[in-house]
Design a protein around this ligand. Sequence first.
Ligand code: BGC
Length: 784
Amino acid sequence: MKQFKFILVILCLLSGNLIPFENVYGQAISNLPQLGKSPIEEVIAAMTLEEKAALVVGTGLKMGEKENSMGFQIPNQPIPGSLADQTKVYVSGAVGRTLEIPRLGVTTIEMVDGPAGPSFGSRTTAYPIATNLSSTWDVDLVYEIGKCMGNEVLEYGLDLLLTPGMNIHRNPLGGRNFEYYSEDPLLSGKMGAAMVNGIQSQGVGTSVKHFVANNQETNRIAVDARISERALREIYLKGFKIALKESDPWTLMASYNSVNGATATENYDLLTTIARNDWGYEGIIMSDWDTGKDPVVQMKAGLNLIMPGPYQDTLIIQAVKSGKLKEEVLDQNIAWILKNTMRSPKFKHYQYSNKPDLENNAQMARKAGANGMVLLKNEVNALPLKDKNQKIALFGNGSYVTNVGGSGSGFVMRAGPTVNIIDGLKSSGYSIEDVSKQVYSNYIKENTPKQNMMDAIRGRIKRATEMPVNPEFADEVSDNADVAIITIRRNSGETEDRNIDGDFNLTETEIGNIETITKAFHSKGKKVVVVLNVGGVIETASWKDMPDAILIAWQPGQEAGNAVADILSGKINPSGRLPATFPVKYEDVPSVRNFPGTPADKPEDVVYEEGIYVGYRYHNTFDVETSYPFGYGLSYTEFGYSDLKLSSPKFKNQIEASIKVTNNGKVAGQEVVQLYISAPENKLDKPAEELKGFTKTKLLQPGESQTISFKIDGYELASFYSERSAWIADAGEYTVKIAASCEDIRLSQKFNLENDILIEVVSKALLPKFEINEMKNELNKSEK
Ligand code: BGC
């Protein structure tokens, strides 16, 4: 008998299909093709039309028994007994899953949100928000965070994490900017690739989202983003292109909005012409949750998977039967799903532990949070707070109840305990001034509104409004304390953009508090530090002169207070740099006239008139002053730049730039070396500077140097010529600028490109249907 089984196994292996005795589900099977053992085409051919239609549509928001018993109505439920309904819920709280077809060995892919760490029914880690991570400018660290997140997904029996969010910070009011990396596509693309590679190193999947131009939340499901071909290619698509080229994400998520007239999920140009054909993407192209009007158009556009489903299958079946949708189109979409299903832990029968190393992951979250904090100001050596015997007075509700992340799907539901700023400072050994602590604790207790459970689950937690500080109180506290920390706290999230007043701008109470507290402390020769516990850019110019130091802590995940303490104490030398421009005032933002579009309350369209001039590309080119520029951030040490060398004064296929960075200060630290290029402007309008490379040094000891080198290839020099649908590097003189921020160029050198180089011709796609009156640097210059 034993021998017979052995022979059978050998036969199965040799034949590769027809007679395995059990499939991944452990089901005895006859001679049906099996995913992974038979060619994909045979598996598809063995499916019924009903199975095919149900497979290209997710199985709905079926939750586990626990959620079902909570008594609220969950939308997108499968019809009892339907194929979608038969797909098992393996992990309760997953936000979507694909159909399983046990008889063909097709397993489900179970998906979970989102960018700050897996969010579902089990205890996970709340990591720093994406903007905090990108501020590290450290691709290796972001990779490590990805590994931790991926391991949580794997060890809880899930298959895919719905991250990274890769939309561009077009406007500081964007409600989900905190889930995204940067205003710059290179920084965004490199961060996204590192995150995907880190997560997927664990054998689970990712979803690069939201493809493309989901740069606002106001009417996100219907707004048409009207963007020139050049701005699309150079700014909005570029980060996605980099991430897809440098990593291999299992899925790409098409966004809610339309792009140049067609809904992203129904947009053939976007999904098939660009992602599939131009970029050669081989993962699953799927929809954002519940979007698009016509599932048949979605199928034809190359959308492989409609999430979360499950109701669209009927229309698909009808369309095939009536000849409106060719079955081959369906089959092609299924092929992409199956190909990637085979990568998943469920398919591989992974035996998960339910025990990821949460202790280690919390430590990594703390490290990344601290490394992504940006020191904006540090005068009179206010920081670090070297003497642990100092008594710290904590002002601002956020010092006591710190925001660890934003809200919506990017909120981590069951994160570990939050370390508030007060807790972090206490456990690092500082003593906290008692009067302020008591007053704030009582105030917060008495003024925190009752929570609405549904809102709170997604992080829309109602907070007490900021407590006004009067001069007498500030005076009393300043007698007892050595230093004041004032925390300014913000929250934003999915479905809503931020406001200018009271959000981008500080409230009157906040400004008043900074003024009152600074006056009281300064009158006694004591220092004041402002900590910004924010998810995005805020106004700083009007009040930044008052405090002695300003630190952007962002929303640094569950270890928030510990990470803040690491920076304030000097245990970690700040090395974060801004991934977005801090303008002097909101009116200086280039998209200000076109955000969120028209009509403003429910915009039907939004015209990207600023074109390629997003963020620093605008400020540098048009000489518009910033409060703090892109790439900026201070350290507790000073870095010197020297020995810029180019491999040649003439560009052929590549040029190498090398540079020496030296720690000239007294403490160890890391520097972010940025390489910008200024391109010749003989034909096209060009931004004054564009980021083309960056590296974070190792931890340099005082006096230590490191040589950094950058390779610059043709792509780095090229601009997109819409009329030719081509990336072309123009002949002429280029300047390489090595910088500590986009406004702090330390060294530069020129090289020459003799003749134009045609770098790449791409498909003519996503043409705007309306004229866009794009911002131009020099009005007379038109594309030639
Ligand atoms: C969000 C996505 C998220 C999905 C699933 C959507 O509303 O836009 O980012 O992954 O929901 O929760």
